[in-house]
Design a protein around this ligand. Structure first.
Ligand SMILES: Cc1ncc(COP(=O)(O)O)c(C=O)c1O
Length: 325
């Protein structure tokens, strides 16, 4: 089966991380370091922030959940965009809060409308850049202007699960924004470009007061010893990250060109996936499955005519295009 449904890294896990995780297994009879000291130190050095600005999560999904738990009381409001990542709705529901889902513009965030939707009871805003499942990207300048316009009592979770796939021209320094904005949490993950989705590890960056609340809420042993060790190794594996980036950029072009040749509409993506309009997505999904290819249905996002295809190895992308043809 060719798995292109969950935006994983088609290279799999870096060899450096596999070795580190295997070594760490020897110590798995003991609880993990609940503070994640070695990984936090590595991240702190990489991001140039103190270690007490970091929260480790069981995937960045847990960072999103923690942000909701520390920001919201029952009945309070959350703002996010239509086609926003599914966990925003789940985290809102888990906190017994209510969501204002702002209609998207061209499949991306309408930041002006999101700003206008922030009311007195709003306590949390989710923004994904790039967004999943649409792949849309917000330029740094309008994004920073939006963040600066959000009232200080409203937490903003900037979800950067796919940030490593941005082109050099798109990249921006959101950690610098965290230094300026005490209500901002930047969430990142080791599940995508770092190839560790199955180990469940991600992190949040925020100023110490907010970080302390996140860590107080966090289950004590939420990140396993092999996951912590693998993340340290993956973070230091620049070659793997470069290979991942280059493979993704080329594969995304390959798929986009091929889909265009097939006359299929797709949304330009800044992530490691492409959203393509196929009409009867259920039927096409079933035919692809029969051909041994799993992609993602987007019915739960209100996009019943679209499929999301993760970028694979060149031969996997070719197989998707051949099957769609
Ligand atoms: C936009 C976005 N944020 C967060 C996540 C969470 O990933 P994880 O919990 O594996 O870090 C995903 C995963 O698909 C995602 O697409």
């Amino acid at each position: 089966m060719i798995l292109l449904a969950s935006n994983e890294n088609p290279l799999g896990m870096p060899e450096s991380a596999r070795r580190a995780a295997a070594e760490a297994l020897a110590g798995a009879g003991n609880y993990p370091d609940s503070n994640g000291t070695a990984l936090k130190n590595a991240l702190a050095a990489r991001l140039d922030v103190p270690a007490d600005w970091l929260t480790l999560g069981s995937g960045s999904s847990e960072i999103l959940e923690l942000a909701a738990q520390v920001s919201l009381k029952p009945g309070e409001g959350v703002v996010y965009s239509q086609y926003g990542f599914i966990v925003y709705a789940q985290a809102t529901a888990h906190a017994h809060a209510h969501a204002t889902v702002v209609p998207s513009r061209d499949f991306g965030h309408d930041l002006d409308a999101m700003r206008a939707a922030i009311g007195d009871d709003t306590k949390l805003v989710f923004v994904a850049n790039p967004n999943n499942p649409t792949g849309t990207f917000i330029d740094a300048a309008p994004l920073l202007a939006f963040l600066q316009s959000v009232p200080a009592h409203v937490t903003v979770l900037l979800d950067e699960a796919y940030t490593e796939y941005l082109s050099p021209a798109q990249r921006y320094d959101s950690i610098e924004w965290v230094r300026r904005l005490p209500n901002l949490i930047v969430a990142r993950t080791f599940s995508k470009a770092f190839g560790l989705a199955g180990l469940r590890i991600g992190y949040g960056v925020s100023q110490p007061a907010l970080t302390a609340r996140m860590n107080a809420q966090r289950p004590r042993f939420n990140v396993t010893t092999p996951a912590q060790a693998a993340a340290v190794a993956a973070l230091g594996d620049a070659d793997f990250l470069t290979r991942t980036y280059e493979l993704n950029t080329a594969g995304r072009d390959q798929l986009a060109v091929g889909l265009k040749e097939l006359g299929l509409e797709c949304v330009p993506s800044s992530g490691n996936f492409l959203m393509v309009r196929v009409g009867d997505a259920q039927a096409v999904h079933a035919r692809l499955l029969a051909a041994g290819i799993e992609v993602s249905l987007l019915g739960p996002y209100g996009l019943p005519e679209w499929l999301r295809v993760s970028i694979g190895l060149p031969e996997q992308n070719r197989a998707v295009l051949a099957a769609l043809r």
